[in-house]
Write a protein that binds this ligand. Structure first.
Ligand SMILES: [Zn+2]
Ligand SMILES: [Zn+2]
Length: 176
């Protein structure tokens, strides 16, 4: 790839899967024709509660729901959820499959569904390595940009739930 092309590409769109300028960005946003990762923008809505335990419990229920639904289409390598508050990242859910073919099947199916009384909108995403996309400061609770940060602020499921989901997926893919 030439350096000219590199300069022309929107870093945020390619590395984080969403850019605050959206379609009005002066740099290029070219959707991948196929990818192992799909994105559903603005899917997760944080529970409006002061009780952090309740927020986490509701999140875990959401996470289990979407993980289980996506896992029907094939092996998942990652499901990540953003809890940023800015429009382009708020509640974004990324599903990374082992196979682009499975991601394609999931995308086609999701695009026919409704979630929370809204039609689901799902597309392929360039993001395959979330390490470059995640805000490390948020993980350390020190992000000075807060909810408006342009890197992913992830909300994670409780580790017990994640272990259960991964075990269930392993059984599904290894026992016929
Ligand atoms: Zn952009
Ligand atoms: Zn941040």
């Amino acid at each position: 790839m030439s350096s000219y092309e590199d300069r022309d590409k929107c870093h945020f769109y390619y590395k984080i899967g969403a850019c605050r300028h959206g379609d009005r960005c002066s740099k290029k946003h070219i959707r991948p024709a196929i990818s192992a990762t799909i994105i559903v923008p603005n899917m997760y809505r944080k529970t409006d509660a002061d009780n952090p335990q309740m927020v986490q419990e509701n999140f875990d229920a959401f996470y289990e729901d979407v993980f289980t639904e996506a896992a029907r289409f094939g092996e998942l390598q990652a499901v990540v959820v953003c809890e940023n508050k800015n429009d382009h990242l708020s509640g974004n859910v990324y599903f990374k499959f082992a196979s682009p073919r499975d991601a394609h099947a999931a995308k086609d199916s999701f695009n026919t569904r409704w979630y929370n009384e809204r039609p689901v909108y799902c597309e392929f995403s360039h993001v395959t390595d979330f390490r470059d996309a995640v805000c490390r400061k948020h993980d350390a609770n020190t992000c000075e940009r807060g909810d408006e940060c342009n890197f992913m602020h992830l909300r994670r499921p409780t580790s017990k739930l994640l272990v259960e989901l991964e075990k269930a997926q392993w059984r599904q893919n290894h026992v016929q």
